[in-house]
Design a protein around this ligand. Structure first.
Ligand code: 6CM
Length: 247
């Protein structure tokens, strides 16, 4: 049935063997581990994080940072979503089949390499933001279970000879993103769509890779990140509504 097929494609509970023999494995493992750990560290006690968006259970913070005059503000968002699991959240974030349905900044997406069931390499182009040049990105994406009821997707820029940077109309940007999710439900109860809550930590650092006006970029981020997180989480809730829960 449709449900059986969807279940099979959910993030695997253990690392796929094909990934561990790939040349990128040690980098993917190291960066994913670091990102997942950092994602769950709070922003409360740390200096420099400013809250810039708040709506319901969603909070978004950024730290103003510039490298060679380019805005590279790290972003960190926290959210709580009811009725879906960490594994389901990560499934919809990782799987390219759904990406155009929730990602509004995307122009094109190409799967450059299928490393394993839990790791892919993507080339994406983004909508142009006036007056800057259009951007593209090439990154690996890895989904894993970290601890019980905790799944995460990490995306990080890489290179590929067939996709050279800055040759066409696009400037290559560099990205490190982590979506880390942890589910909880009342102690002793069986998890259901009615009693489950998933805490989300989303971290993103983008280096625009070439000149882009700081004010415009910060304005785009301020508008687009909250829009993305609300749209994506609502999308997953809708997709899961009538499906059996996948822990
Ligand atoms: O994490 C997000 N999406 C993932 C899947 O696509 C992936 C993407 C990373 C690239 C992030 C680059 C953002 C820079 C976009 C600049 C162009 C904006 C044009 C806006 C025009 C309407 O990790 C969600 C990323 C959400 C970004 C706001």
């Amino acid at each position: 049935s449709v449900h059986t097929r969807d279940q099979v494609e959910l993030p695997p509970p253990a690392i796929d063997n094909r990934l561990t023999v790939h040349p990128l494995w040690s980098e993917i493992d190291r960066i994913s581990t670091e990102q997942i750990q950092a994602a769950f560290e709070g922003v409360g006690g740390e200096i420099g994080w400013q809250l810039f968006a708040e709506e319901g259970d969603m909070r978004m913070y950024r730290r103003e940072m510039e490298v060679d005059g380019m805005v590279t503000d790290p972003l960190k968002a926290m959210h709580k979503v009811r009725g879906v699991t960490a594994r389901e959240m990560c499934h919809y974030f990782f799987n390219p089949r759904y990406r155009y349905e929730w990602e509004t900044t995307l122009e094109t997406m190409t799967i450059v390499e299928e490393i394993s069931s839990d790791a892919l390499v993507f080339h994406q182009t983004f909508k142009r933001i006036w007056p800057a040049s259009q951007r593209d990105a090439l990154f690996w994406s890895h989904v894993r279970q970290s601890t019980d009821n905790t799944y995460a997707v990490t995306n990080h820029s890489t290179t590929n000879v067939d996709y050279p940077a800055n040759t066409s109309a696009c400037i290559r940007l560099f990205v490190t993103v982590c979506l880390a999710c942890r589910s909880s439900w009342p102690a002793g109860a069986t998890p259901t769509r009615e009693n489950i809550t998933t805490s989300i930590a989303y971290c993103s650092t983008v280096n625009p890779g070439g000149w882009a006006p700081a004010g415009v970029l910060r304005a785009v981020y301020k508008r687009e990140y909250p829009k993305f997180l609300k749209r994506f989480t609502n999308y997953v809730v809708e997709q899961c509504r009538d499906k059996p829960i996948a822990i």
